[in-house]
Design a protein around this ligand. Structure first.
Ligand SMILES: [Zn+2]
Length: 223
């Protein structure tokens, strides 16, 4: 995915963003730089990155405000579900073969949906990471469910794993792939032959998931 970036931490003093020959985006950062700092630097250089990577979204400035109305399709675990506003008065989201929100809190639709997705991300991602860490024989510090705009997942030098809550929109096989990808970085920091060999043992069909992410990278910036 073109917007996805790789972080290389080192003893350098300042942050540098570059687009490599293969159009991958590399962020070189001083050790200890927070992901929030990195993302805001990327946000500032977004148009330049789109230009360099020939990203299809390059001419779309910023995120479009999304209107949540009855009938809107919402992606959850790789499937589209309809959103519907009902007359009943309740807070939050009710999920039952579709997303239901109360008409009386319609203005909070985006907030409630985001909250619901965050909870789902924690519920689904944490046990999967634990299980896969055990089969890979690695251990991590903690799992964070993040609100990053340009990444599905990342692994920090302190062995913390970050997963984007938007991952919950993807099919389960894709979620598994992103989880295994970040865990494998605990064994092999770079995308070497060895790295992909480890992944293919864990997930023989990982290429399909990789392809899905490539095609659906724009989902990262939605909601
Ligand atoms: Zn990676």
């Amino acid at each position: 995915m073109q917007l996805e970036y790789e972080i290389i931490y080192s003893n350098r003093q300042s942050l540098q963003i570059s687009v490599e020959r293969d159009k991958s985006v590399i962020v070189r950062a001083p050790k200890g730089t927070s992901l929030a700092t990195i993302e805001s630097a990327l946000e500032k250089k977004k148009l330049w990155i789109y230009e360099k990577t020939k990203h299809p979204q390059k001419y779309k400035e910023g995120r479009k405000e999304r209107a949540y109305i009855s009938g809107t399709s919402i992606l959850y675990l790789g499937k589209e579900y309809k959103l519907d506003f009902v007359n009943e008065d309740f807070e939050g989201v009710r999920f039952d073969g579709g997303f239901y929100l109360s008409k009386s809190h319609a203005q909070l639709a985006e907030h409630y949906l985001k909250e619901w997705f965050l909870e789902e991300a924690k519920r689904i991602i944490a046990p999967k990471a634990e299980l896969n860490a055990r089969t890979l024989g690695v251990s991590y510090n903690q799992i964070l469910i993040s609100n990053l705009k340009f990444r599905w997942g990342s692994c920090t030098p302190k062995n913390n794993l970050n997963y984007n809550w938007r991952l919950i929109k993807a099919p389960i096989s894709v979620i598994d792939y992103v989880i295994v990808h970040e865990l494998t970085h605990l064994l092999e920091p770079n995308h070497t032959k060895r790295f992909w060999a480890i992944i293919s043992v864990q997930l023989p069909h990982y290429l399909k998931a990789k392809e899905w992410l490539k095609c659906n990278g724009s989902l990262l910036e939605v909601l």
